[in-house]
Design a binder for this molecule. Sequence first.
Ligand SMILES: NC(=O)c1ccc[n+]([C@@H]2O[C@H](COP(=O)([O-])OP(=O)(O)OC[C@H]3O[C@@H](n4cnc5c(N)ncnc54)[C@H](OP(=O)(O)O)[C@@H]3O)[C@@H](O)[C@H]2O)c1
Length: 245
Amino acid sequence: MAAPDLNLLVPDPRPVPADDAEAALAELYRHEPGVVRANMVSSVDGAAWGATHLSGDLNDAADYRVFRVLRALADIVVVGAGTARTERYDQVARPDGLAHLAPSDAPLRLALVTRSGAVPPSTTVGDRPPLIITGSAGAEVARSVVPAENVLVHGTDAPDLRSALGELADRGLTRVLTEGGPHLLASLLAAGVLDELCLTTTALLEGPLPGRIVAGGEAMPQRAATLGHLLHDPAAHTLLARWIL
Ligand SMILES: NC(=O)c1ccc[n+]([C@@H]2O[C@H](COP(=O)([O-])OP(=O)(O)OC[C@H]3O[C@@H](n4cnc5c(N)ncnc54)[C@H](OP(=O)(O)O)[C@@H]3O)[C@@H](O)[C@H]2O)c1
């Protein structure tokens, strides 16, 4: 079928030698300083996870390739504590073989957003404890697990995300990549601080039980998005979109 609305239609990236495909993706997904970008995956019918409650139920090789490139281009990965717990995040690192795409020599950082201040243990293994974005209600709990200078306190209960992103920028962490989850994505949208949504749609249907990529009670006015680009993996029927918000 013709796809006249696509401003970019690429063939299956998987037969392309890794360096070529990833260099092309790095150009397409260039991450400018100051841009807050989300990377999420969804099934065709809107599920954010599958039978095992993990996004790995949905993603595939093309999604993983973009996932790697987006991490390579970022200064910091920001995730909700729930996602870090469920997906067993470690301290994160530049993806193997992609160090040349990094914006600086500094290691990729991880920040967790939490109201409770409860830091998932998997994220503190290693020599780079995560930054914790929380309110004053969660600060003491967080400081009992990570060094005090790693705890960014903004607000009292749920943290003020705009203010927290300002502190990340003050620390030189200006290319922000969030990998969700759905509650954090909803909060970022409600706060009006998300600039881009990179959304992979894999050719699966999961039914009505899983949640969507946004969750929670925070309402937001309808917003329009424009398509930055759309990639197509015809072998797996996967669509990889970059939406500008
Ligand atoms: N499809 C995808 O791309 C994708 C991406 C990521 C995750 N997931 C899936 O999503 C599910 C988890 O969903 P979720 O909505 O629970 O994830 P989440 O947003 O990462 O986790 C929610 C928890 O994170 C903290 N949090 C998030 N936003 C916050 C905010 N604005 N202020 C304060 N704390 C905040 C809170 O932690 P505390 O309880 O510590 O206060 C909250 O209980 C998992 O099944 C995961 O696999 C899917």
